[in-house]
Structures are given as structure tokens and as C-alpha cells.
Design a protein around this ligand. Structure first.
Ligand code: APR
Ligand code: ZN
Length: 237
């Protein structure tokens, strides 16, 4: 096991699956029940804001009572231990739940935003948000109604933190992808970027992802089991 000091880890819905959070593309997943075009694009929001609010209100409510699992806690531990050794863990998450933060991770780049925040389309302020949103919700900062939306990145929008992600990857000794199908870019392109830097690329997933062949190492199984074991091996490395 290579010992690494600067690691970039990309997580997807699979890291939260063992906490009971639905994934998107597994059988019966979110996109088997809802249409992306109807609930997860800017056009959907301008066409039928209440439908989009209903979708995210349901997902926000679904996170109530959900707890981080052993995978989230293992990644928070790895961040602390790497920092103690003068290294750095950059956690690039596609997830909009707050389970990494609640497990103690700090250096998180939430590239698809966060369900626990709302964005005003008029004043662009982002505010913590735990209630239901509706088209009538007034912005607490500028007072406008009809402008509040969940602070999540929709299909067709530019993900957050792309520069910070590129900078972290450029300094990384290792890239790891956990619980992601490799179906959505630019996140799914990070492993190719990491391969071009000639660093080890590890996939930790329930099953081979769409770009499994690009990884140099891989372990398959439930994240709440595989991730703590892998962290233990990295720290012993
Ligand atoms: N442990 C580990 N991996 C798991 C588990 C588990 N318990 N359960 C499922 N997986 C794996 C699946 O095998 C799959 O490869 O997690 C992956 C989940 O893939 P998706 O459902 O496509 O989720 P994700 O990759 O995060 O989707 C990326 O697509 O819809 C957009 O914005 C959304 O951020 C999301 C993005
Ligand atoms: Zn506002």
C-alpha cells in the first residue's frame, strides 16, 4: 500500500447509502422515480418551481434523522491523521447531504452544493436552510419572493469549486473515488486527470463504476465496511 501525504477523495451517493440515503442510479434510485428534466434543471425551475421545490423538500425531509456511517467517520479520521503528518485530505463531494461535515470532515469541496442551504436568485446570498422552500418564500436578506432555490447545482449548471479541485489534484499523491457511478461530468473526469499526473487512483465502490478501468487499484463492497479498512491500510502504509 503506497503511503500518501496529499490525497484527493471524490465521493458520491454510495458513501451515504449505508446511512439509508437513496442513490441516483441504482435500481429504484432517485432517477428511476423522478425525471431529471422535470426536477433538476434551471428550465424545470422556471417552468414549475413548486414541482422542483417539492422534490428538494422531500429529499431534505428524507435526511432528517439520517446519521453519518462508518465511511464518513473513517474519512474524517483520515483527514485528521494526514494533517498530523503534515499532509492534506481534500474531500470533493458530489453529495448535497451534510453527512461528511457532521462526521467531522472539514476540508470539503461540495461541488454540487448543499441541501442545507438556500440561494436567492436576486441577491445571490446563500443562507442556511432547513425548512421547506416554496415559490412564495421570501429572501431573508433582500426580501424578494419567488427567488429562493435550494443551493444545489442542477444539470446544465457549472459545479462549484472547480479551480480548488484542480489545484488540490495537481498537488495530490493519490486520487480515490468512493461510491460514485462515474456517470456525471466533470466529477467523472477527475480520475482521467489524476491518471495524467501518474498518481495511484483507487476505486472503492459497491461494484465497478463506468470508468473502473481507469483506476490502478480497487476494492469492492459496502462503503461502511471497505472505507474504514482502506483508511486503516493507508495509515499503516
Ligand atoms: N457502498 C458503496 N458504494 C455503493 C453503495 C454502498 N453501500 N451503494 C451503492 N453504491 C455505488 C453504486 O454502485 C454506484 O456506483 O454508489 C454509486 C452511486 O452512483 P449514483 O447513484 O450515480 O450516484 P453519484 O455517482 O453520486 O451521482 C453523481 O449525479 O444525479 C447526479 O447530482 C447527482 O451528485 C449526483 C451525480
Ligand atoms: Zn435575496
Amino acid at each position: 500500500m503506497q503511503s500518501a501525504k496529499n490525497i484527493v477523495i471524490l465521493t458520491g451517493a454510495g458513501v451515504s447509502a449505508d446511512s439509508g440515503v437513496a442513490t441516483f442510479r441504482d435500481a429504484g434510485g432517485i432517477w428511476a422515480q423522478y425525471s431529471i428534466e422535470e426536477v433538476a434543471t434551471p428550465d424545470a425551475f422556471s417552468r414549475d418551481p413548486e414541482k422542483v421545490h417539492g422534490f428538494y423538500n422531500m429529499r431534505r425531509a428524507g435526511l432528517a434523522g439520517v446519521e453519518p456511517n462508518a465511511a464518513h467517520f473513517a474519512l474524517a479520521r483520515l483527514e485528521r491523521e494526514l494533517a498530523a503528518r503534515g499532509g492534506r485530505l481534500t474531500l470533493v463531494s458530489q453529495n448535497v447531504d451534510d453527512l461528511h461535515r457532521r462526521a467531522g470532515s472539514e476540508n470539503i469541496l461540495a461541488m454540487h452544493g448543499a441541501l442545507a442551504e438556500a440561494l436567492c436568485q436576486f441577491c445571490r446570498h446563500v443562507v442556511p436552510w432547513t425548512e421547506d422552500l416554496s415559490a412564495e418564500t421570501q429572501c431573508p436578506d433582500c426580501g424578494s419572493a419567488r427567488g429562493m432555490r435550494p443551493n444545489v447545482v442542477w444539470f446544465g449548471e457549472v459545479p462549484h469549486h472547480l479551480d480548488a479541485i484542480a489545484m488540490a489534484l495537481a498537488e495530490a499523491d493519490m486520487f480515490v473515488a468512493i461510491g460514485t457511478s462515474g456517470a456525471v461530468y466533470p466529477a467523472a473526469g477527475l480520475v482521467a486527470e489524476a491518471r495524467s499526473l501518474h498518481i495511484p487512483c483507487v476505486e472503492l465502490n459497491l461494484e465497478p463504476s463506468d470508468n473502473a478501468r481507469l483506476f490502478t487499484d480497487r476494492r469492492y463492497g459496502k462503503a461502511s465496511e471497505v472505507v474504514p479498512e482502506w483508511v486503516e491500510d493507508v495509515l499503516k502504509g
